[in-house]
Every structure is written in structure tokens, then in C-alpha cells.
Ligand binder design. Structure first.
Ligand code: PHE
Length: 354
């Protein structure tokens, strides 16, 4: 019996040498120490042996069990140690070498959100054309969002369905609060603090109570622009819009100008670009029409200028409200606007990091 145990141990050690993974080690343990394993069989066969034989063989079998257990544990430890060493070696960083730091995914260096990337570019383009960059509050009132923009109280844009209203502390209050539904609010704020001629842009988030789909979100981004001076014409407006698009896309893009109605401009236009996702064939982003509404614009309505304290006998101007999200989608070929607010790092980190 004792010889049998010795042989078993030799066989075990040979097999242990070939073990390369934790799973193999655990299998080997089960094979030798399991209830149906060779050691249990030997112990079971002792029931017919003499008491002294049982004692000697029993003790040896138990010693063997402990040895096998210890060797398996050692093996598992050494496999884990090897794995750890390999991992450490592959992640070695030379902290004096920028390339090595960048290449190592453990050190994630932040990047810009595509909206910010494009917004920064557009700001640079307009700054080079003499525009200021303004900011304004997300929480607005009816006056700045509607009234001063020539949107009368019965206009459908004021509909409860389109606007996120704050519950008024006083239901009779005449100037209720809301989340701005366009950046045109900053036309009103910008005019108040300036004397013509002036020109500014105002990028920012806007909010609409809308059902979301591939091309609609309830929070999105616009970039407002306003230029006021003497003898401003539609030709000036088109020149600025064309310069913007050619700088942004760095290639010829197909555009079309259509009449568009907005109470705060007259005449008003919709400037569309051919969908760059489907090249005009029709897809979910362009709602199958091949064109994307990108740049609503027009000549500022005299009522708006008057509300801003501007002498309309002397000055006029143009305004536009660029849809930043759509521009970003066209630029990078993103086919679902919902990705922009997803906060998913796998999405965001695909864009240029710093
Ligand atoms: N504020 C308009 C909108 O959100 C866009 C616009 C801005 C149109 C300026 C004309 C001039 O739809």
C-alpha cells in the first residue's frame, strides 16, 4: 500500500509539471483528492486491513493529501505571480517618455467633446472676423425668449408642449421662467449692452420638450450670431455663412437657401446642407430628404431691433442660429444625435484628444 502511495505521488508530481493554468491545477487537485480519486480509494480499501496496517497507511495517505494540497497551492501561486509579472512588464511606463505615457491606456489623458472641438473652431473663425463671443443664462424669462423677439403671446412656439416651463410661484405672474429654447435670447441681451455697429456670436445649450430620435434631442446646442450696422444686406449674410461653412468643412459642400419663417427675422431663410452621412441619398438623420437644416437665418426684424433700443432708421442687421449638433454630426459622420449627450467615453474618446 505504501508503495502504491509513493508511486501515486511520483505520478502526481510529473503531471503537476505539465500544469500551465489555474484551471488545470484545480482539475488535477480534484482528480487526486476527490471522493472518487485514488487516495480515497486506498483509504476505503483499508476497511479490510489490520489495525496497525490501517494506522500506518492511513497516516501516510493523509500526509500525501497534505503534500498534494500544498504543491497545488504553490503551483497556483506561481502561475498567478507569472501572470502578474507579465502584466507589469507589458504596462511598464517610462515616465520620462511622453510617447510611452500616451500609449499606455492606464494613463487616460482627457479629450475634448466633439461639440467643444467644433465650437472652439467656430469661435476662432468668428473672432478672426471681428465678432465677440457672448454667453447667457439657460434659465430665461418669457421676455427674453419670446416677447423681445417679436414672438407674440399666441404664437405656437410658446406652446406648453415645446417649452420647458418652471412652475410659476404666482400663476398670474406676467413674466414666467423657462429653459431657453433657442440662443436668440442672447440677441436681446447683446443688443442691450452695445451701440451699433457690433457683431457677436453666442454658443450654448438649448432645451425643447421634444420626443427624441436619431435627429432630435431635448437638450442640444446652437450657436447664435448677430451683426448690426449700416446698410447690411442679404449678400453680407450669405457671405458670412459661406465663409463659415467652407472653413468648417474644408471642402465644397452643397447648400441650398429656402425661405423660412421666424418672427424675429424678415426676410427669413433656411440654409440647408446636403446630408454628408448619406451624401444626399436619404437616411435617418436627414429624415430621408437628403438635406439637413443647419443654418436658419435672416435680416433682423425691426421690432427686435427696436426692443433692443436700436435706431432702425439708421441701422439694420442679420442674425443666424446654427445647429451645432447637426454640424458636428455632418462633420464626423455621426448618425445619432443621442450619442452626443450619452456621456459614453467610448464615443467621446474617438475625437481628437489633447
Ligand atoms: N432661433 C431660431 C431657432 O431656434 C433660429 C434662428 C436664429 C433663426 C436666428 C433666424 C435667426 O429655430
Amino acid at each position: 500500500m505504501i508503495e502504491k502511495l509513493d508511486e501515486l505521488f511520483k505520478k502526481f508530481k510529473k503531471e503537476l509539471d505539465t500544469v500551465a493554468s489555474n484551471a488545470d491545477a484545480l482539475n488535477l487537485k480534484a482528480q487526486y483528492l476527490g471522493k472518487k480519486g485514488p487516495i480515497s480509494n486506498i483509504l476505503r480499501s483499508l476497511k479490510d486491513a489490520t489495525a496497525s496496517e490501517r494506522k500506518v497507511v492511513g497516516a501516510s495517505a493523509n500526509e500525501l493529501k497534505v503534500s498534494i494540497q500544498d504543491l497545488i497551492n504553490d503551483k497556483i501561486n506561481s502561475i498567478e505571480m507569472d501572470l502578474m509579472n507579465k502584466k507589469l512588464e507589458s504596462q511598464r511606463i517610462d515616465i520620462s517618455d511622453r510617447q510611452s505615457i500616451r500609449a499606455n491606456s492606464m494613463l487616460y489623458s482627457g479629450g475634448f467633446h466633439p461639440i467643444n472641438l467644433v465650437q472652439n473652431e467656430i469661435e476662432d473663425i468668428f473672432l478672426s472676423m471681428g465678432f465677440e463671443v457672448l454667453d447667457g443664462p439657460h434659465i430665461e424669462d418669457e421676455y427674453h425668449n419670446f416677447e423681445a423677439l417679436n414672438i407674440p403671446a399666441d404664437h405656437p412656439a410658446r406652446d406648453m408642449q415645446d417649452t420647458f416651463w418652471f412652475e410659476p410661484p404666482d400663476p398670474e405672474a406676467s413674466n414666467r421662467h423657462l429653459l431657453r429654447c433657442h440662443t436668440s435670447t442672447i440677441q436681446v441681451r447683446g443688443m442691450k449692452d452695445r451701440k451699433p455697429p457690433f457683431r457677436f456670436i453666442a454658443p450654448g445649450k438649448v432645451f425643447r420638450c421634444e420626443r427624441t430620435d436619431a435627429s432630435h434631442e431635448s437638450a442640444f446646442h446652437q450657436l447664435e450670431g448677430m451683426l448690426v450696422g449700416e446698410n447690411i444686406s442679404v449678400a453680407n449674410l450669405i457671405y458670412f455663412m459661406k465663409t463659415l461653412l467652407s472653413e468648417i468643412f474644408k471642402k465644397e459642400v452643397q447648400v441650398r437657401l429656402r425661405p423660412g419663417f421666424f418672427p424675429f427675422v424678415e426676410p427669413g431663410f433656411e440654409l440647408d446642407i446636403q446630408c454628408l452621412i448619406c451624401k444626399g441619398k436619404g437616411c435617418s438623420v436627414c429624415k430621408k430628404v437628403g438635406w439637413v437644416e443647419l443654418l436658419p437665418c435672416g435680416m433682423v426684424h425691426p421690432n427686435v431691433l427696436k426692443a433692443g433700443g436700436i435706431d432702425t432708421s439708421k441701422y439694420n442687421g442679420f442674425a443666424f442660429g446654427l445647429g451645432l449638433d447637426r454640424l458636428v454630426m455632418m462633420r464626423y459622420g455621426i448618425d445619432d444625435i443621442r450619442l452626443i449627450h450619452s456621456g459614453d467615453l467610448r464615443f467621446i474618446s474617438q475625437f481628437k484628444s489633447y
